[in-house]
Design a protein around this ligand. Structure first.
Ligand code: RP5
Length: 176
């Protein structure tokens, strides 16, 4: 992780406002779509593997220090008994967006229910299962950051305009 020399301790530079955390290496196939979307928009991020169950101390350390380290938003992806987003939200005042990873056993419905059914008082902004959720978590994070970043707001506008322009008016037989 890049550090600020003056601080003398591990601290993300201000150019990395988003932390993308995930419960396992196996989640990266999904969460890399969040990372790629942030890269497209020129938003800095740090990607970290943090398991609520296998590395609880790592979760606690991350979430307790995330704001002080300069992160502004957390995108948390997990599958199955997906407690990572909710526990991160319980431990940090930062906004947390949850991405349900598509599990093999239950196609991500278990992940979705684990993340979305938070008790009143500790919110997790829950996205769709799988890649759409990962992409949209990044877009949502960018939209929040763009409230105070005109350059990012302009890049987000261009992203949407390009997306609109790419949609054909008539269907083609060339694609399934
Ligand atoms: C969860 O268990 C992870 O978020 C992952 O989606 C799921 C399976 O993890 P692995 O067994 O592939 O490491 O904690």
């Amino acid at each position: 992780m890049p550090t600020t020399a003056a601080a003398g301790q591990a601290k993300p530079v201000a150019s990395k406002p988003v932390a993308i955390i995930m419960g396992s290496q196996s989640d990266w196939a999904t969460m890399r779509h969040a990372a790629q979307t942030l890269e497209t928009l020129g938003v800095g991020y740090e990607a970290l593997i943090i398991s609520a169950h296998r590395t609880p101390d790592r979760l606690y350390d991350f979430a307790r220090t995330a704001k002080a380290k300069g992160y502004q938003l957390v995108i948390a992806g997990a599958g199955g008994a997906a407690h990572l987003p909710g526990m991160a939200a319980a431990l940090t005042p930062l906004p947390v967006f949850g991405v349900p990873v598509e599990s093999k056993a239950l196609a991500g419905v278990d992940s979705l229910h684990s993340i979305v059914q938070m008790p009143a008082g500790i919110p997790v902004g829950t996205l769709a299962i799988g890649r759409p959720g990962a992409v949209n978590a990044a877009l949502l994070a960018a939209a929040v950051l763009a409230l105070h970043d005109e350059g990012l707001a302009a890049r987000l506008d261009r992203y949407r305009a390009a997306q609109t322009a790419a949609i054909a008016e008539h269907p083609s037989n060339d694609e399934a």
